[in-house]
Design a protein. Structure first.
Length: 31
């Protein structure tokens, strides 16, 4: 679940799924 303020949009480049959670790697513009 995500809660927070969205400051922009990013491209998802990878999703690493584990047993109880997953990590999303994103590519931010201008980085």
């Amino acid at each position: 679940m995500f809660t927070g303020i969205v400051a922009g949009m990013a491209k998802v480049v990878a999703i690493d799924k584990k047993q109880n959670f997953q990590t999303h790697t994103v590519e931010l513009e201008g980085a």
